[in-house]
Every structure is written in structure tokens, then in C-alpha cells.
Design a binder for this molecule. Structure first.
Ligand code: PBG
Length: 339
């Protein structure tokens, strides 16, 4: 009589059992047949820079992430660059906020100052991206200009986005990344850039950006509170929808987006896969603050192995179809991957 699991075992149909485990039997074999390889060159690191501080400020809900001074920002960018991370995306915290988010387009605003400094320090060693939005700069915390009813006025906001884009390009951003989810934002920004001599500045469009509860720690990071306990459901996408995401991406590509993004990432792997299968532009996914915070919090309690989960989650995002991943884990992942 044959023992179960030994050579000659047959399946229910009488065929020899298919042995998928052969290719899992050594680390090297697994390495050879791996379908997905995450590399530091896939990563874009989000960094925060704050006006008017002398020391970097820790962000309690994002352990390991800080609000930088322009000085420490430049040092951190150099360190991440040496780990093989090709790009950073910059978020600014202005000293003062107002109704129209003036600081976002001020040539002496914090992001513009930081971009010039980084361009000087890094030369062409890193691709400099700037998040393009108003929420960090408005006193009401919305991503645009409010109308008389307290709603975000789409087309007035586009005028401001165009001004911000030009200021960022002038300060040295090679890529601007509009994240406000206004209709027509990519077209407005493209035409403003083209008409001011910045035809070479690329657009990474936050194309399918959902109104997500996973942005909580980010709002601590940038000191944003939405007035009156409001939310962004009037402009960001409903998380129940995927076909709508395809329409968003389609419009952004038609308006001139060079690259598109899905955000958040892990709960939206189906959206990433759907976008990948239909569009041929480079696709980014944003592993957002709440996704990072959940790993850190559980790891701190010893409930999960933090670095292992970080690698598994980000590799899954790449497997689903993302070419690029924006993540606060970039530095530690690069260290693991270079290990
Ligand atoms: C808007 C913006 C947000 C994030 C990136 N750009 C916040 C929001 O839409 O409320 C969130 C990023 C994160 O959670 O890591 N400027």
C-alpha cells in the first residue's frame, strides 16, 4: 500500500498529484521564480517641511516621521538618495494660513524655499516632486476656495492650482502632483505650465483619490483640521466605487497627466489592477499615513513583525500593478532591500 503524499500518489481523477512545492524548496529557487521584485527605485518618499522651526518636530501618529526644517530636510533627502530612492514628494506647513492658501503659491513660501534648497543640494540626484494642493495653507482646511455656502468652488480653485503649479515649477519641481480632486485640474495646470515656459514639468495626477479615513495621521502631520468637523466627500471619491475611478483616470490622462495615482493603496488593490489593465501611463499608488500607522502601532505592541508586514504590503501593491509606491516606509524598506 502507498503512503499518502509519496511518489505515485494520484488525485481524485487518477492523475499524478501536481507538485507545486518543488519550486518552493529553497530560497534560491523561490528567488528565481518570484514574479514580483520590489526595489528602492520603485519608491517615492513623502517628506514634510515646516516654516519657522529650528528643530525637526516628531509626529506622534507617524512614528519615525518628522516635520523637517529646510536644513534637516536636505540632510534626510541626501540620506534617502544614497539608499537608492530616486524621488521625494514635498508637503509644506506654512507659518500662517488664510482663506485662499496664499502660502502655496508664494515664491517665498515654504515649499518653494525648500525646493530651491533641494535643487541646489541634490543637483539632479533625485527627482523633486511637490504635492499640489491648498489644504495645508487654508485656514478652513479644505483643498480649495470656498463659495458663499462654504462649499469648495471648483473653478475658482483651478485658478489657484495654476498659480501654485507655476510657483513650484519655478522653484525647481520637476513633477507637480495635484491632489485636490477638482474637475479639470490637470488641464488647468498643464496649460498654466505650458504658457509660462514650463512645458517640461511633468504632472503626476492623484487621479483616483478616495475620501478615506486612512488620512488621519497625515492631517496631524500637516496641522490640518477641516472647519466645522467637515470632510472631503464633496470632492474625493466614494470608496464604494471602482468604475468611477476609471473615468477619473481617463479624464486625467486626456487632460495631460504624465503619470496617474491611486490612493490609498492596500484597500484599493482592485482599483490599481483595473487601472493597470486599461492604461499605459506609469501608475503610482500611495500607501498612506493610516496604512503606515497601523503597521507601526501593531508592531510596537509586538503583535506583528513590522518590517515583514511592511515588505509584504508594499510588494502586494506592486504585484497589483503599481510601478511606483509613495510610502513613509521608503527609507526602512530600502535598507531592508539593500540588506
Ligand atoms: C491633500 C493630501 C492628503 C494626503 C495627501 N495629500 C490629505 C487629504 O486628502 O485629506 C494624505 C496622505 C496620507 O494620508 O499619507 N493635500
Amino acid at each position: 500500500m502507498k503512503e499518502p503524499g509519496r511518489a505515485g500518489t494520484v488525485d481524485g481523477m487518477g492523475y499524478p498529484v501536481t507538485r507545486l512545492r518543488r519550486l518552493r524548496s529553497s530560497r534560491l529557487l523561490r528567488e528565481m521564480v518570484a514574479e514580483t521584485a520590489l526595489a528602492p527605485s520603485d519608491l517615492i518618499v513623502p517628506l514634510f517641511v515646516r516654516e519657522g522651526i529650528d528643530e525637526p518636530q516628531p509626529i506622534p501618529s507617524l512614528p519615525g516621521v518628522v516635520q523637517h526644517t529646510t536644513e534637516t530636510l536636505a540632510k534626510e533627502a541626501r540620506r534617502l538618495c544614497s539608499l537608492g530612492i530616486p524621488s521625494l514628494v514635498l508637503f509644506g506647513l506654512p507659518r500662517a494660513k488664510d482663506a485662499v492658501g496664499s502660502g502655496a503659491s508664494d515664491p517665498d513660501g515654504i515649499v518653494q524655499v525648500a525646493l530651491r534648497r533641494l535643487a541646489d543640494d541634490l543637483g539632479g540626484d533625485m527627482v523633486l516632486m511637490a504635492d499640489l494642493c491648498l489644504d495645508e495653507y487654508t485656514d478652513h482646511g479644505h483643498c480649495g476656495i470656498l463659495d458663499g455656502n462654504g462649499d469648495v468652488d471648483n473653478d475658482l480653485t483651478l485658478i489657484r492650482y495654476a498659480e501654485v503649479a507655476v510657483a513650484q515649477a519655478e522653484a525647481g519641481a520637476q513633477v507637480v502632483a495635484p491632489s485636490g480632486m477638482m474637475d479639470g485640474q490637470v488641464a488647468a495646470i498643464r496649460s498654466a505650465l505650458d504658457s509660462t515656459g514650463h512645458a517640461g514639468t511633468a504632472i503626476l495626477a492623484y487621479a483616483a483619490k478616495y475620501a478615506s479615513a486612512l488620512y488621519g495621521p497625515f492631517r496631524d502631520a500637516v496641522d490640518v483640521e477641516i472647519a466645522g468637523g467637515g470632510d472631503r466627500r464633496g470632492y474625493q471619491q466614494d470608496f464604494r466605487n471602482v468604475r468611477e475611478a476609471i473615468r477619473e483616470v481617463e479624464l486625467d490622462v486626456r487632460e495631460g497627466a504624465d503619470m496617474v495615482m491611486v490612493k490609498p493603496a492596500l484597500a484599493y488593490l482592485d482599483v490599481i489592477a483595473a487601472v493597470r489593465s486599461r492604461f499605459d501611463v506609469p501608475l503610482a499608488a500611495y500607501h498612506v499615513s493610516g496604512e503606515y500607522a497601523m503597521i507601526k502601532a501593531a508592531a510596537e505592541r509586538g503583535w506583528i513583525d513590522g518590517p515583514a508586514v511592511a515588505l509584504e504590503h508594499t510588494t502586494a501593491i506592486k504585484r497589483a500593478g503599481a510601478d511606483l509606491i509613495l510610502t513613509y516606509l521608503a527609507g526602512e524598506l530600502a535598507e531592508t532591500l539593500n540588506g
